[in-house]
Design a protein around this ligand. Structure first.
Ligand code: G3H
Ligand code: 13P
Ligand code: ZN
Length: 340
């Protein structure tokens, strides 16, 4: 199956009321881990690359790795998504490269850290929507800012400082025409999201419920949604790591979000924790080893395991065969005739 648009995946997820994990990748082993997890659970999947991932991997390598994935797993519908595009130029380069979906994160200025004005956000998002839809490519926008700055995408302040305003969300969706909307509800990227098990004072799930009431047809996106499992932290720390105690987003809160319009759930940190823990463990237990395959294999397996768990909990498992892939040219026509 060739790459499909993210819109098609989200439309299917909406029909059956499930969520779809959007998993970040930086190399071949991560793409393999996700595709193997999708095969085992029969899941449609969204694979996403940040700007830093694109620059680390190189666009041509990434493109051909994704082509290999579609060739080797023809039964799996997969969308390739630009995560946190910082400008219309970044989104355009992603579309030119073959991404079937882009995020324009106009909640922050192009530096990826300064909270932007609402008007700036509307302007850059609308510009990307017009250009991407002409080519049948899906667009995700963001309103409100995530906290933290660990990975270069975040307002670098208290995560509760820039939450999404539900009324403004209605205006934003109307004026931009985005397919999906990322909302800020108190999460941050990276491993240090919460310094205690999150409750409603620091993870505002009610805000999702409110936004969904006002925008029942808009697909909501949860960023910073790794669960940061204690078992994965413990493996890293047992084998020489130095993570401080931390909490992520509990799976049951994500499932609550899915009941209230969340269709895309972004997960990167959990994959990083799984792979790093497996590598640390392997190398500590086999100090004589220097064949990189010996530790990348368990790392890939560890990531596959965590992705399988997420696919099952988000509900996408079992839905790969529901799809009849729609070419981007047909998606483009549907946008232009107002069907979408
Ligand atoms: O948006 C955050 C993702 O975890 C990507 O992070 O910029 O380090 O690739 P990155
Ligand atoms: P995590 O850091 O929680 O995995 O979030 C990833 C993300 O939101 C990518 O856009
Ligand atoms: Zn994000």
């Amino acid at each position: 199956m060739s790459l499909v648009s993210m819109r098609q995946i989200l439309d299917e997820a909406f029909k059956d009321g499930y969520g779809v994990g959007a998993f970040n990748v930086n190399n071949m082993e991560q793409i393999q881990a996700i595709m193997e997890a999708a095969k085992e659970t029969k899941s449609p999947v969204i694979i996403q690359a940040s700007r830093r991932a694109r620059s680390y991997t190189n666009d041509r390598f990434l493109y051909h790795l994704m082509m290999a994935a579609t060739e080797l797993y023809p039964e799996i519908p997969v969308a390739l998504h630009q995560d946190h595009g910082n400008s219309p130029e970044t989104c355009k380069s992603a579309v030119d490269m073959g991404f079937t979906s882009v995020m324009i994160d106009g909640s922050l200025e192009a530096d990826g850290k300064t909270p932007a004005s609402f008007e700036y956000n509307v302007r850059v998002t609308r510009e990307v929507v017009e250009k991407a839809h002409e080519r049948g490519v899906t667009v995700e926008g963001e309103l409100g800012c995530l906290g933290g700055i660990e990975d270069g995408h975040g307002a670098g302040v208290d995560a509760m400082a820039h939450l999404t305003d539900p009324d403004q969300a209605v205006e934003f969706v109307k004026r931009t025409g985005v397919d999906a909307l990322a909302v800020a509800i108190g999460t941050s990227h990276g491993v240090y999201k919460f310094s205690r098990k999150p409750d409603s004072a620091i993870l505002d799930m009610d805000r999702i419920i409110e936004i969904h009431k006002r925008l029942p047809k808009t697909y909501l996106v949860m960023h910073g949604s790794s669960s940061v499992p204690k078992e994965l932290q413990d493996i890293i720390n047992a084998y020489g790591g130095k993570l401080k105690p931390t909490w992520g987003v509990p799976i049951k809160e994500i499932q609550l979000g899915i009941q209230h319009g969340v269709r895309k759930i972004n997960v990167d940190t959990d994959s990083r924790l799984a792979m790093t823990g497996a590598i640390r463990k392997y190398l500590t237990e086999h100090p004589e080893e220097f064949d990189l395959r010996s530790y990348l294999k368990p790392a890939r397996e560890a990531m596959k395991k965590v992705i399988i768990e997420r696919m099952r909990s988000f509900g996408q498992a079992g839905h790969a065969s529901d799809y009849d892939p729609i070419p981007l040219s047909v998606m483009a026509q549907r946008y232009s005739n107002g069907e979408l």
